[in-house]
Design a binder for this molecule. Structure first.
Ligand code: NDP
Ligand code: OXD
Length: 311
């Protein structure tokens, strides 16, 4: 069975090692050194160069090396008949829960203001701002694997959690909103907004001036989904006007974030290098090997995405 790994910039050798550890019969090549493109039946891919996957005429399935698949569907030459699976993994969910809880708590405890006080040698316990977690409203855009896990962790800390998804959800501790009216209702009751949507034509640019205007003044924003969700030109005006008080960004339209980008130095922006949660080959390679076995025995591909919805 011939497998190609196309993941420039990722540690492809690590994936190769973990795949081989789970199935020593696989014949694994790392792009661009593919010995026989005509023999490749499965590909593992992360941000593959445009056209690379179209070189394999007998490709049966592509495994995205992340939860998102936008990096595949952006390729105009992506072979549309080929099945696509994405990562659903307990460690990936746990990493995102840690990131979201870390940054929500940072805002809940007013840490950016305390950092500024330390720089200015100011001792102020800010008791006038005291709020309990059940008085802090967190809104999560996207209630899938990651949004739901993060929401449940925040609800366990007694935060007042709401979430927005395409279809309504019935979750015990998360208030569910859906559709355009549901989005406005959620925004109106959100102090800290977390974006965990997939990037699709419907969600591109959703974090924009109009959306910020529907949040209570002084809300915080955490975007751990994709840079394409944010209209970058709308962010700094919203922060400078006080409509948003602070934002944490893990993802950017251009990655790595260019060294001269204004987000790096803005006092109300926290930048992290797209590491909110990182796929761990040690657990995900096993799932990919199982996915290949499922296709080979005629079963449905586990964790398959819907190519029409794009997630
Ligand atoms: P899922 O596919 O499990 O969940 C997506 C959620 O978004 C679902 O609840 C879905 O609604 C909702 N949604 C999709 N389109 C719309 C829409 N048009 N309107 C309203 N809701 C919508 O994805 P995951 O939770 O696994 O991952 C989410 C994203 O997180 C990934 O696509 C990726 O971009 C990002 N990510 C970022 C990482 C990082 O390190 N920064 C790491 C991993 C992922 P419904 O439930 O109704 O279908
Ligand atoms: C993902 C990511 O989609 O790391 O998994 O961004």
């Amino acid at each position: 069975m011939s497998v190609a790994i196309i993941a420039p910039g990722l540690k492809a050798e690590w994936w190769e090692r973990e795949l081989a550890r789970n199935n020593s019969d696989l014949d694994i090549d790392i792009w661009p050194d593919i010995s026989d493109p005509g023999a490749v039946e499965y590909a593992l891919a992360w941000k593959p160069p445009a056209g690379a996957l179209a070189n394999f005429p007998d490709l049966k399935a592509v495994f995205s090396l992340g939860a998102g698949v936008d990096h595949l569907f952006i390729d105009p030459d992506f072979p549309k008949h080929v099945k696509v699976a994405r990562v659903i993994d307990p460690y990936l969910s746990a990493g995102m829960v840690e990131y979201v809880v870390l940054h929500v708590l940072r805002y809940h405890k007013n840490q950016p203001a305390l950092d500024a006080q330390q720089t200015a040698h100011v001792w102020d316990d800010r008791a006038h701002e005291l709020k309990q977690t059940d008085e802090r409203r967190v809104g999560i855009l996207g209630l899938g694997e990651l949004g739901r896990s993060a929401g449940e962790a925040l609800a366990a800390l007694q935060f007042d959690v709401s979430g927005w998804s395409r279809k309504p959800k019935d979750l015990p501790r998360i208030r569910s909103f859906s559709g355009p009216d549901g989005l406005s209702e959620l925004l109106a009751r959100t102090d800290i907004l977390v974006c965990l949507l997939p990037l699709t034509p419907q969600t591109e640019g959703i974090l924009c001036r109009d959306l910020f205007a529907q949040l209570p003044a002084g809300a915080c924003l955490i975007n751990a989904a994709r840079g394409g969700h944010l209209v970058e030109a709308d962010l700094i005006p919203a922060l400078d006007s006080g409509q948003l008080s602070h934002t944490t960004l893990d993802v950017f339209r251009t990655e790595p974030l260019p060294r001269d980008h204004p987000f790096w130095d803005h006092p109300k922006i926290t930048v992290t290098p797209h590491n909110a949660s990182i796929t761990d080959p040690r657990s995900v390679a096993r799932a990919i090997v199982d996915g290949i076995a499922a296709v080979e025995s005629g079963e449905t591909l586990p964790n398959a995405v819907d190519p029409v919805l794009g997630y």
